[in-house]
Ligand binder design. Structure first.
Ligand SMILES: *[C@@H]1O[C@H](CO)[C@@H](O)[C@H](O)[C@H]1NC(C)=O
Length: 232
């Protein structure tokens, strides 16, 4: 690895290359796991980094919010790299040194014990390009909170053009293609009624998926003064 580290910093994605081979990409989409060796390769470079310090296998609402935010960033082609530092209190006692470095271990403590973990973590730090000291993120640990802080607007499905829609969302939109606003409003009544019934799992997914897109369609058409749904 020594020679790789001497590669010019100007190659902005060199860390991606390196980390891919270190198995640093965890199972969470667009979140890279860092440790004391990979941290300086990623943080303080030419792009901003949002780092979570947490238990090795984070769970719960904040973990879900962090994951959701990382997904949005990937879609938005954001410059911000999302990273996670997993601290463990047993076995190899991973990343206790990183927790110490960023002052997450109380001074009087030698190391973190399992009962400390939930009290202390998760913590989030933001590192501007070229900065490896970082700033503590004090905002809400919610998807909306993170996105606002990073100034990223989530691109959601545009039912009229099909932009940023998933395959499933597109299929629902296509189902209603060519219908007039009046017809859609009739459909809305039908689907709303159907949704209230007891449905099998697959049917439930279909009906609720259709309903969601239908509501969006009606709203978009009213807003745009459109009479019929155009071709996707
Ligand atoms: C870096 O982390 C590894 C694994 O947790 C540890 O064994 C090593 O001592 C750490 N290095 C430094 C310089 O703290």
């Amino acid at each position: 690895m020594a020679s790789s580290r001497q590669m010019p910093v100007a190659w902005p994605f060199r860390w991606l290359f390196l980390l891919a081979f270190r198995g640093a990409w965890g199972s969470d989409y667009n979140i890279v796991n860092l440790d004391n060796a990979s941290f300086p390769l990623v943080v303080g470079q030419s792009f901003p980094v949002l780092v979570r310090f947490d238990r090795e296998y984070p769970y719960g609402e904040k973990a879900e919010a962090f994951k959701a935010m990382a997904k949005v960033l990937a879609k938005a082609e954001s410059q911000v790299l999302v990273a996670s530092i997993g601290v463990s209190t047993f076995g190899e006692k991973q990343n206790q040194d990183m927790a110490r470095k960023f002052n997450f271990i109380p001074k009087e403590k030698e190391e973190l014990q399992s009962e400390d973990m939930e009290k202390i973590f998760p913590k989030f730090m933001y590192f501007k390009p070229g900065d490896s000291d970082g700033q503590l993120y004090n905002g809400a640990a919610t998807k909306a909170g993170f996105l606002k802080f990073l100034d990223v607007v989530e691109k959601t499905c545009d039912v009229l053009t099909g932009a940023f829609c998933s395959t499933e969302e597109k299929q629902h939109a296509e189902y209603f293609q060519g219908k007039s606003l009046q017809e859609l409003q009739a459909d809305l009544a039908t689907f709303a009624k159907k949704s209230k019934e007891t449905l099998k799992k697959g049917e439930r997914q279909l009906v609720d998926g259709r309903l969601k897109i239908l509501k969006k369609l009606i709203k978009a058409m009213k807003k745009g003064g459109k009479e019929t749904q155009k071709q996707l």
